[in-house]
Design a protein around this ligand. Structure first.
Ligand SMILES: Cc1cc2nc3c(=O)[nH]c(=O)nc-3n(C[C@H](O)[C@H](O)[C@H](O)COP(=O)(O)O)c2cc1C
Length: 332
């Protein structure tokens, strides 16, 4: 008899679109922006269970949230069931909405420690980790998997069954193999097959970059909840585009003025969250996404990515606003 999944009421029943866990990106400021545009729930980036149990301050900081954020799941990675359970208990003290287990990460330093997608090759251990964590906390526990280690080791159906048996409240599938990394395309057919075979919700993920992709994924994968990753970089309003599409409302364009205001808000929050210099440095990786597809932005981007003070970057944003009248108007 499998464990009984703990669901916290309507979080997974009532949700339609969520922000993916993305290490180094889905911190409190970025999550709050995505919530403001309609994400139903979100995740921290992956947090090392070993690091948390060892009591590292840097690891602990990854758990923090802004007031005003919606439901956030703390995502843990690791390979030892006991340490994962201890880490989940510590994570639970932060009052997240749920705990998510990372069985999909393809990064070498995680794989080397037998974490992330390495567990796709040891479903017995994956199941033991999940049941130990389910026993350890009162929160719902979810898991994120890939389609398998490689095409010849495709086993997402078995992995889903193991996780459901172990008491997972939902499973997210990013339908690529570990050997693919992020190359090729996500095979949304795998999401449909998994959803048909499980009774817990399956969250569909992979390659949704706008509301049209969302429509196609929903049709192909027949899942109710879609997880957005890279499609939200520099465009947190993708959540509003999608919820408008679901509700049959017209797409609300995001003109230049609004984009600049969102960028400024993001910078302000990053500085509030991390302090001036780390906040300004942290923002550097976001600029290329905010300016994607806008011609003539190279010089501004270069200046933003070399400025190191809050007043410096805000001054550049003000210049962008002035430039907007000439270059960005057509984006509206
Ligand atoms: C920069 C970056 C960091 C990521 N970090 C994580 C992570 O911490 N945990 C995780 O489960 N997946 C992580 N992922 C994978 C995403 O959650 C998602 O599965 C993947 O990007 C595919 O979705 P997308 O096509 O919507 O981006 C990361 C992806 C990117 C691009």
């Amino acid at each position: 008899m499998g464990a009984i999944a703990k669901n916290n009421g309507t979080l997974f029943d009532g949700s339609r679109v969520c922000l993916a866990p993305m290490a180094g990106y889905t911190d409190a400021p970025f999550r709050l922006l995505c919530f403001e545009f309609g994400a139903d729930f979100a995740y921290t980036g992956m947090v090392s269970a070993d690091g948390l149990v060892r009591g590292g301050d840097r690891t602990r900081r990854l758990l923090g949230r802004f007031t005003g954020e919606g439901p956030v799941g703390i995502q843990l990675f690791g390979s030892d069931p006991g340490i994962m359970a201890d880490a989940a208990r510590l994570a639970e003290e932060e009052n997240p909405a749920f705990i998510d287990l990372n069985f999909g990460c393809s990064v070498r330093k995680v794989i080397r420690k037998n974490g992330g997608a390495a567990l796709m090759r040891d479903l017995d251990l994956m199941g033991r980790i999940c049941s130990r964590v389910v026993e350890a906390v009162t929160l719902p526990v979810t898991a994120k998997i890939r389609s398998g280690w490689s095409r010849v080791e495709e086993n997402y159906m078995e992995a889903g069954r193991v996780l459901e048996e172990a008491g997972a409240a939902a499973v997210t599938l990013h339908p690529r193999f570990r050997t693919q990394g992020f190359s090729g395309t996500a095979d949304w057919g795998h999401i449909a097959a998994l959803g048909d075979s499980l009774s817990i919700p399956v969250i569909g993920n992979g390659d949704v970059n706008d509301a049209d992709d969302y429509d196609r994924l929903i049709r192909t994968a027949r899942c109710r909840i879609v997880m957005i990753g890279r499609g939200a970089f520099g465009r947190p309003w993708i959540f509003r585009d999608i919820t408008n599409r679901i509700e049959g409302a017209a797409r609300a364009g995001v003109g230049a003025e609004k984009r600049i205001a969102i960028l400024e808000r993001h910078i302000r929050m990053a500085v509030d969250w991390k302090g001036e210099r780390p906040g300004v440095l942290e923002m550097r990786k976001h600029y290329r996404w905010y300016f994607r597809g806008i011609p003539g932005m190279k010089a501004f981007r270069r200046r933003l990515t070399t400025a190191s003070s809050f007043t410096g970057v805000m001054r550049i944003c003000q210049e962008l606003r002035e430039e907007n009248n000439r270059k960005w108007k057509k984006l509206a």
